[in-house]
Design a protein around this ligand. Structure first.
Ligand code: NI
Ligand code: MN
Length: 237
């Protein structure tokens, strides 16, 4: 979808690309190579200026390290994931650490805030599960207007109302699959707490267990917000 000079592309699961008119490209949770929903032509990003990571699970941290290496992207994440990325060979100045409540300036003039989520954040590796800090979400405030909240993996929580009051997001990318996150009923409640006009559903259908569907979200929302169902991959020109 296009929104005020931003092309928003869903790459399947929780992975999104925001491409600004000047070409600056931001990725959130780039789980691409192993993502059954990601189109083949999207598995190797041509350009990435920034990557935002919500938590350490493989279906979110995904290809962050390899994309950062190949595209030169700067990675924004909680401190523990930054340390892990440096162990993967990324440079100190290519990995920006922060924690919940922190706001950083990102490419494209975007103001990015790491916010709370109710979820876990282990990083799986051959040595076992590594502490990936805590799971969170991102609020991306684009300087000319729109504010997008990407919830990462989370259950609904009452302080989504605070996120709504503090950041006033226009759009929320919310997980609806259930099982590992909230389901459509809880996501409808989340949309109400956030006060958003538009919800982009995500984290459903990738695997059979993620059974929630946009239609269910629409039913539970009862018309109080718009459900923007995305087609995976680049929009047709
Ligand atoms: Ni997760
Ligand atoms: Mn997940």
């Amino acid at each position: 979808m296009r929104l005020d000079g931003i092309e928003i592309t869903w790459l399947g699961h929780a992975a999104f690309r925001f491409r600004l008119d000047d070409g600056v490209t931001l990725l959130i949770d780039p789980f691409l190579a192993g993502n059954p929903l990601c189109p083949p032509e999207e598995k190797l990003p041509h350009r990435a200026d920034a990557i935002f990571v919500t938590h350490g699970h493989r279906d979110h941290l995904g290809d962050t390290a390899s994309i950062a290496r190949s595209a030169g992207a700067t990675v924004f994440s909680i401190f523990e994931i930054k340390r892990w990325l440096m162990q993967q060979g990324l440079e100190d100045d290519q990995t920006v650490p922060l924690n919940k409540g922190g706001t950083v300036s990102a490419p494209g003039g975007v103001s990015a805030t790491f916010v709370h989520a109710v979820h876990s954040s282990g990083i799986y590796s051959e040595e076992g599960t590594i502490n990936g800090g805590a799971a969170g979400g991102w609020v991306l405030d684009f300087p000319w207007g729109p504010t997008v909240y990407h919830a990462g993996d989370t259950d609904v929580f009452g302080d989504m109302k605070l996120i709504g009051e503090l950041w006033d997001p226009d759009i929320a990318c919310l997980p609806i699959g259930g099982h590992f996150t909230m389901d459509p009923r809880s996501a409808a409640k989340a949309a109400g707490l956030l006060g958003v006009e538009t919800v982009i559903p995500m984290h459903f259908g990738t695997f059979p267990v993620l059974a929630g569907r946009p239609d269910h979200l629409r039913e539970h929302g009862g018309g109080t917000f718009q459900v923007q169902e995305m087609t995976v991959g680049a929009p047709e020109k």
